[in-house]
Design a protein around this ligand. Structure first.
Ligand code: 5GP
Length: 363
């Protein structure tokens, strides 16, 4: 376990509001309870419950959003989430979040994102590289990332803007346009997420296509439920990365493994999340093993570390204990994730240096 914490890690699939500390959620719920907005005792039990089905998760997200969606709280949770990942020795974090309009709070999608970025800039214990490579030399980056003992820890953070499946075509397009507008502020990609039994692929397609046309990398939640038509459409769309891929049939597996455009679509594997929500029957029977044995590009991710009470170190530990991967193989797995970050080559080069340095210490 300690070795998995010490291992430098790359997190590519983490939802901001799914990664909030339970203690923070409870504190926020208590506050709203005192104000009479919610009944604290009811909410407390829901937050502390450990097993959650997929539909329950989405109900819970609606509750989380009531607790977290004002500017100051968004800033707070963004700050805490980065601190938590950095404490796990995550050296590169792509955090995804759904920009939200909320008239009652005077919130627009843009002001929501500004609040997120304010939180990232407020982190003190760790050096956060939000705009990264454009402004720093490799030497500075590497030396800071390499030596967590004498210098502050360092973490690259990049943002993906999520389209919620409940949104209209026009709202989804607003999110992609916002991403275009914020490309110089740490935003580097688009994600499609939200309740997989809600909405139609055709609704989001114009926005996803727009992102593609603008050269913005896209990752899509794929196959969380057995929606054959949509899985086919997602594979045909060919995003750079796919999340989950739980319910693919034989033909779809074959297609996923064989498509090369220009490289294979990388899969963001979320073990704990998939087992808890029933996307995979058990850890032992998780499709990680199939993809790993086929040498299909993949990376381990947390999805919602708060909601599922996990951490990225824990996900590596689970892979070691369930599938018998050696330290060398775990190291390789962590290192290989660098290839699939949406950040530029300078960041990739710097991350490779971090792994090269860590190799001497860990293997
Ligand atoms: P937020 O975007 O508000 O920061 O993070 C929470 C949101 O992420 C949820 O409301 C939901 O839209 C999305 N999300 C989190 N976890 C999952 C998941 O496992 N599957 C899907 N499809 N969406 C998720």
């Amino acid at each position: 376990r300690e070795w998995c914490v010490a291992l430098p890690k790359v997190e590519l699939h983490a939802h901001l509001n799914g990664s909030v500390r339970n203690s923070t959620l409870l504190e926020l719920a208590k506050h709203l309870g005192d104000k009479g907005v919610i009944v604290f005792e009811d909410v407390k039990d829901v937050i502390m419950k450990s097993d959650r089905s997929l539909p329950e998760c989405f109900k819970l997200f609606d509750l989380f959003h009531i607790l977290t969606t004002d500017h100051d709280t968004v800033t707070r949770i963004a700050k805490e989430v980065v601190e938590d990942f950095a404490a796990e020795n995550v050296v590169y974090l792509e955090i995804r979040t759904t920009p939200k309009n909320n008239e009652a709070k005077g919130m627009t999608k843009r002001s929501y994102m500004d609040a997120v970025i304010k939180g990232l800039k407020a982190v003190e214990d760790v050096d956060v590289e939000l705009f990264g490579s454009n402004f720093r030399t490799n030497e500075t980056l590497s030396s800071k990332l390499l030596d967590g003992v004498t210098k502050k820890k360092k973490i690259y953070v990049r943002l993906l803007l999520s389209i919620d499946r409940r949104e209209t075509t026009s709202a989804a397009l607003d999110t992609v346009n916002l991403a275009v507008e914020m490309m110089d502020q740490g935003v580097i990609g688009i994600d499609l997420s939200g309740n997989p039994v809600v909405g139609e692929w055709e609704t989001y397609l114009p926005a996803l296509q727009h992102a593609k046309n603008m050269g913005i990398p896209v990752t899509i939640h794929c196959g969380e439920v057995a929606n054959r038509k949509e899985i086919q459409a997602v594979l045909d769309f060919c995003p750079q990365r796919l999340g989950h891929v739980c319910c693919l049939n034989d033909v779809e597996w074959k297609k996923l493994k064989s498509l090369m455009i220009p490289t294979k679509m990388q899969v963001e594997i979320c073990l704990t999340s998939n087992v808890m929500t029933g996307g995979a029957p058990s850890l032992e029977l998780h499709h990680f093993a199939d993809l790993y044995n086929a040498k299909h590009p993949l990376s381990l991710c947390t999805d919602d570390s708060g909601l599922f009470s996990t951490s990225l170190s824990n996900e590596y530990y689970l892979v070691a204990t369930t599938f018998g991967l050696s330290k060398f193989e775990l190291f390789q797995l962590a290192q290989d994730a660098v290839q699939f970050v949406f950040a530029d080559d300078v960041v990739k080069k710097s991350l490779k240096e971090v792994f090269k340095h860590a190799e001497k210490r860990l293997l």
